[in-house]
Design a protein around this ligand. Structure first.
Ligand code: NAP
Length: 329
């Protein structure tokens, strides 16, 4: 079968012909129609799991995948051949991912039925990014009329997070380059800040150090329109220095989360701010909840582009995401 693999950590991803995996006891084989692309895929190829999870090589990349159950191993009771399913194709040993025509996964892994009306392309866009956004909103316990700042709002996680924070009743401030302002506004942002513009909102603002100007501009622009601060910060992109600057906007008693391990949790605690470095734990129950919201039309799936499986190496780590990229298999 066709699959996108790396031969070792750090190698260039490539199209390969590999054996079709057979389902073992308790496992489900899925004929994949679509697979999501996430920043984590490149991190996996580069070796983020080295020493943390046993890995088989050639390592088939891809975590998010959707398709049809094509075979089941002995003892499988939750799924039958023909079921439309979506899930996360990452269990130990790693290396048997979703960027392939077939993948196997234990039936107890994150794997759920796709409801009627949701396409496999839309479903494949949800597991990592959508569930992370839902987990973040749940963790912050957003209350109506709270002010929420999302840094990195235009990408995979962000484009779900804008919607879910808006649905929770928040006033959403989203970072977006000029070309993406309309998109995040349609998804539910009340305000946007273009982080690439050197455009301090406060006419009296003078940055003493041009090297820090860009970041100061986002913080300053938000402080100018919200001088009392914000209730929740979701920072999906920043390194520690920028995260710390953004977190100065959060009121005492508020929440601040980093998905890039950039938070100084002791510093947040000392200012009575809850949150810190966030790891999404969402699995089957959370994925099903999100799929129900998509099926009901409450959440849209912002698919930026769908490309063939063979194009995966070209789109991996491309940057400047506007929603999700999905591989058609
Ligand atoms: N901890 C967890 O559980 C977890 C779960 C999911 C994802 N993550 C991590 O969270 C991060 C975001 O994931 P993702 O899927 O949303 O990534 P993505 O789809 O690549 O989106 C990132 C977005 O941020 C924008 N951006 C880049 N630099 C920015 C800056 N300085 N200020 C504001 N926006 C900026 C990018 O567009 P422009 O460059 O055009 O502005 C892009 O739209 C990744 O590092 C991912 O690995 C962690």
């Amino acid at each position: 079968m066709r699959a996108i693999v790396v031969q070792k950590f750090g190698a260039t991803p490539e199209l390969a012909d590999v054996p079709v995996p057979e389902p073992g006891a308790g496992e489900v084989q899925v004929a994949l129609d679509a697979a999501g692309v996430n920043p984590f895929d490149l991190k996996m190829a580069d070796g983020i799991l080295e020493g943390k999870m046993p890995t088989d090589f050639p390592m088939i990349l891809g975590v998010d995948g959707a398709g049809t159950v094509s075979a089941i191993g002995s003892g499988v009771s939750k799924f039958k051949v023909g079921d439309k399913v979506v899930g996360k194709f990452l269990t130990a040993p790693a290396g048997h991912g979703s960027w392939a025509q077939y993948a196997t996964v234990p039936e107890d892994a994150t794997l759920v039925p796709i409801p009627d009306g949701v396409t496999s392309v839309a479903a494949a866009a949800l597991p990592i990014a959508g569930v992370t956004a839902q987990d973040l909103v749940d963790a912050a316990g957003i209350q109506p009329d709270q002010t929420v700042l999302i840094i990195g709002a235009t990408g995979g996680v962000g484009s779900f997070l804008v919607q879910l924070a808006n649905i929770a009743g928040a006033h959403v401030i989203a970072t977006a380059r000029a070309d993406a302002t309309d998109q995040v506004a349609r998804l539910g942002a009340s305000e946007t800040v273009d982080y690439t513009q050197i455009r301090p909102a406060d006419p009296n603002f003078v940055d003493p150090d041009p090297a820090t100007y860009k970041d100061t501009s986002v913080t300053d622009a938000v402080r100018f329109t919200h001088p009392d601060g914000i209730d929740v910060l979701f920072d999906l992109v920043s390194a520690p220095g920028d995260f710390a600057t953004h977190a100065t906007l959060v009121k005492r008693g508020g929440h601040a989360y980093s998905t890039t391990w950039a938070a100084d949790e002791e510093d947040l605690k000392s200012r009575d701010i809850t949150g810190g470095n966030f790891q999404s734990k969402g699995s089957s129950a959370e994925l099903s909840r999100l799929l129900s919201r998509v099926a009901a039309g409450d959440v849209v799936v912002p698919v930026q582009m769908t490309v063939p499986l063979e194009a995966a190496p070209a789109v991996l780590g491309q940057g400047s995401a506007r929603g999700k990229t999905v591989l058609a298999i």
